[in-house]
Design a protein around this ligand. Structure first.
Ligand SMILES: NC(=O)c1ccc[n+]([C@@H]2O[C@H](COP(=O)([O-])OP(=O)(O)OC[C@H]3O[C@@H](n4cnc5c(N)ncnc54)[C@H](OP(=O)(O)O)[C@@H]3O)[C@@H](O)[C@H]2O)c1
Length: 253
């Protein structure tokens, strides 16, 4: 496994050209912007999708020579995630965008909803980070001083400011776990030269949010492409020093 048809290797000094990056959740609103940004930067991008073969929401860009879609992957399942990273010993970065949102008062939050929020947001992040690190540590040691790899997770504003999480305690708790995992793992892996960071978006300017909040000032929301620019820097070898951060990406929101 591991081939995407594009050139192998780690590309130019500080760029992503030729580097292998997995983007979990890469078919979603933010994920797609990240994938398109990485492809434009010349990366080889692997996107696991929960949909079966031929039903990927990325169908319109599926023919891109730098893109490999791995179908039928539930990122909250250990064996599925292991299958995505298996054999990718030249992995440079992994970006955990997969997630989901539900809100309800605690009296109406069933154990199934609590578990769903944790599985989609926190368990998927943990499993992808773990398998990515295993792959990176199987690869060559850092010889150039740029480090062995990069991880970026996607938390949320409520993880940094849980007072904003009223009415969404399961989501807030799960995203707080993503943020804490990112910081702790960043410290755990620093000596290995693997930088871990998270971004914490406020409400993103997606079609779904526009439909749900038609009267909001959409110009104040961060756009997926703007967040993708931050993520692309964090996973690039140009990022030599930023680690263990949870970075607010709020725009003017
Ligand atoms: N949108 C916002 O305002 C906002 C704000 C703060 C943080 N965030 C976070 O930012 C990230 C992206 O948000 P978004 O708006 O782009 O969401 P989105 O459009 O719903 O994209 C999420 C993607 O993750 C996938 N996914 C979810 N669970 C999965 C699983 N178990 N296995 C495989 N794939 C799975 C989804 O696939 P399916 O669609 O096929 O299920 C979808 O492609 C999420 O982590 C979200 O929590 C979003």
């Amino acid at each position: 496994m591991g081939g995407t048809g594009a050139p192998a290797g780690h590309g130019g000094a500080d760029g992503l050209a030729g580097r292998l990056v997995v983007v979990g959740g890469g078919a979603g609103a933010l994920g797609r912007a990240v994938v398109e940004r990485l492809l434009a930067d010349g990366a080889r991008v692997v996107v696991p999708t929960i949909e079966p073969e031929g039903e990927s929401p990325l169908a319109t860009i599926a023919a891109h020579p730098g893109l490999e879609i791995v179908p039928s992957v539930d990122l909250a399942r250990e064996d599925d995630v292991a299958r995505v990273y298996d054999g990718r010993d030249d992995l440079w970065a992994s970006i955990q965008v997969a997630g989901g949102f539900e809100m309800a008062p605690i009296t109406e939050t069933g154990l199934d909803a609590w578990r769903r929020m944790w599985e989609i947001n926190a368990t998927s992040c943990f499993l992808c980070c773990r398998e990515a690190v295993r792959a990176m540590l199987r690869g060559p040691r850092d010889a150039s001083g740029e480090g062995r790899g990069r991880l970026v997770n996607v938390a949320a504003q409520t993880a940094l400011d849980p007072r904003r999480g009223a009415g969404m305690v399961a989501y807030t708790a799960a995203k707080s776990a993503v943020a804490a995992l990112s910081v702790a793992l960043g410290e755990e892996l620093a000596a290995e030269g693997i930088w871990v960071n998270a971004v914490a978006p406020s409400i993103i300017d997606t079609p779904a949010n526009r439909a749900a909040m038609p009267d909001a000032d959409h110009d104040r929301w961060p756009a997926p492409e703007q967040i993708a620019t931050v993520v692309a820097f964090l996973v690039s070898p140009a990022n030599r020093v930023a680690r263990s951060g949870v970075i607010p990406v709020y725009g003017r929101g």
